[in-house]
Design a protein around this ligand. Structure first.
Ligand code: FES
Ligand code: FES
Length: 165
């Protein structure tokens, strides 16, 4: 079956069975930022944005993405918000082996997009959600990295608004 969708801004058609997992279709199409970790929705290493929202691509049958927009780290890495997160992580000393980058970057993106100035409680709740699956980062360091990233995003958006005045 032909399935049409937008992949990283490019109109794409793949020939796949509707129940084939999105992660497998993506990797067949040379999208290697998605990693096959647990294969059951637990680790998050296969995360992509589906119409702007993070989803675990190992849980998505490709048949349901017809006419949707899929974004992976391959194109997200070019966006300013990605650079805010990288800089915030670096300032905090967050160590990443790279295996769960899709989970980390898309979860943090979604969190700081919704909550510009997170409280300690909101931050803790968020970190609890994503922390389990990662062996590389200390909890406190990651919390600081997320706070720095949120602040850098706000600063950049403030500069942009001022420049437009
Ligand atoms: S491989 Fe998809 S959540 Fe672990
Ligand atoms: S950064 Fe290495 S497993 Fe998460």
């Amino acid at each position: 079956m032909n399935i049409a969708f937008t992949l990283n801004g490019t109109e794409t058609v793949v020939d796949a069975k509707p129940d084939e997992k999105l992660i497998d279709v993506l990797r067949k199409n040379h999208i290697y930022s998605v990693k096959n970790g647990c294969g059951c929705g637990r680790c998050g290493s296969c995360t992509v944005l589906l119409d702007g929202k993070p989803v675990k691509s190992c849980l998505i049958p490709v048949g349901i993405i017809m006419n949707s927009k899929i974004q992976t780290l391959e194109s997200f890495e070019k966006e300013d918000i990605y650079k805010d997160i990288v800089k915030g992580f670096k300032q905090a000393g967050v160590q990443l082996c790279g295996y769960c980058n899709s989970s980390k970057f898309f979860s943090v993106y979604d969190f700081i997009k919704k909550i510009s100035r997170p409280t300690q409680e909101q931050l803790q709740e968020f970190i609890d959600d994503i922390f389990d699956a990662c062996n590389c980062t200390e909890r406190e360091t990651l919390m600081t990295g997320v706070l720095y990233a949120a602040a850098l995003k706000l600063e950049r958006e403030g500069k942009k608004k001022n420049a437009a005045k």
